[in-house]
Design a protein around this ligand. Structure first.
Ligand code: PEP
Length: 256
């Protein structure tokens, strides 16, 4: 059975001090291991050491990065490697976020290289897919998400595919306050799982967690996570405050 994952994408927010404050304010109950629910936050690179230092010993809240390069090391100014993330102990890395696709020119081929590198080095990729508003309005959203999914995961073995997390993030819902309806989310998540079944077989597809992302917050998280194929959330704005992040984790814990 799949466990829920509540993952905070802090984007370019929360410097080292705010990161330490966040962990200081995080309710102890949220940090305890909960059956069926995993929690993680993904601060900016510069705040990762502060996150590891401020996280209470024994806390079940995992820490991830928002990006990684696909090479081991070398002349790639401004980039960070999987070795560096592993040195700190990062469990996750967000890859293919729509903001990276839109503002930094990342395409499915680059994302695919990053996914393979993260998997090779033991970091769980959270692979983001999702359509923009025009694509949904013109009924191309399934085609777009299929292309992104197959392109980002091209060449993965079934056993590697079983280790990834997918985040369906309709771009029109990210940071806009507008959320996909539970029906729209379930429809797309079921579609993604069907595609994963075609690529890797039913058993593997059944183990892959598919998160919803796009203005998820405590008010709407319950109805989204009630859907059979919604296995948690990738959350931007609502993950920046310790109390709202904690609520999201509790809501996930109530689902199963
Ligand atoms: C995101 O950027 O991954 C996201 C889902 O942001 P928000 O929750 O703020 O819409």
């Amino acid at each position: 059975m799949r466990s829920f994952l509540i993952a905070g994408n802090w984007k370019m927010n929360m410097g080292p001090k705010e990161t330490a404050d966040f962990f200081g304010q995080l309710d102890d109950a949220v940090q305890q291991e909960k059956p069926g629910v995993e929690a993680a936050v993904c601060p900016p690179f510069i705040s990762l050491p502060a996150a590891f230092e401020a996280r209470k010993p024994g806390s079940a809240v995992k820490i991830g990065a928002q990006n990684v390069h696909f090479e081991d090391n070398g002349a790639f100014t401004g980039e960070v490697s999987t070795t560096m993330l592993n040195e700190l102990g990062c469990d996750f890395v967000i890859l293919g976020h729509s903001e990276r696709r839109e503002y930094f020119g990342e395409d499915d081929a680059i994302i695919n290289k990053k996914v393979k590198k993260a998997l090779a080095d033991g970091i769980t990729p959270i692979v983001c897919v999702g359509e923009v508003l025009d694509e949904r309005k013109s009924n191309r959203h399934f085609d777009v998400v299929k292309t992104q999914t197959t392109g980002s995961l091209a060449g993965l073995s079934a056993s590697d595919a079983g280790k990834i997390v997918i985040a369906y993030e309709p771009v029109w819902a990210i940071g806009t306050g507008e959320t996909a309806s539970p029906e729209q989310a379930q429809e797309m998540h079921a579609f993604i799982r069907k595609e994963l079944t075609g690529l890797f077989g039913q058993d593997v597809a059944d183990t892959i967690r598919i998160l919803y992302g796009g203005s998820m917050k405590p008010d709407n998280a319950g109805e989204l996570m009630q859907n059979p194929d919604v296995d948690g959330g990738l959350i931007g704005g609502a993950s920046l405050k310790a109390d709202s992040f904690a609520k999201l984790v509790s809501i996930a814990a109530e689902q199963k």
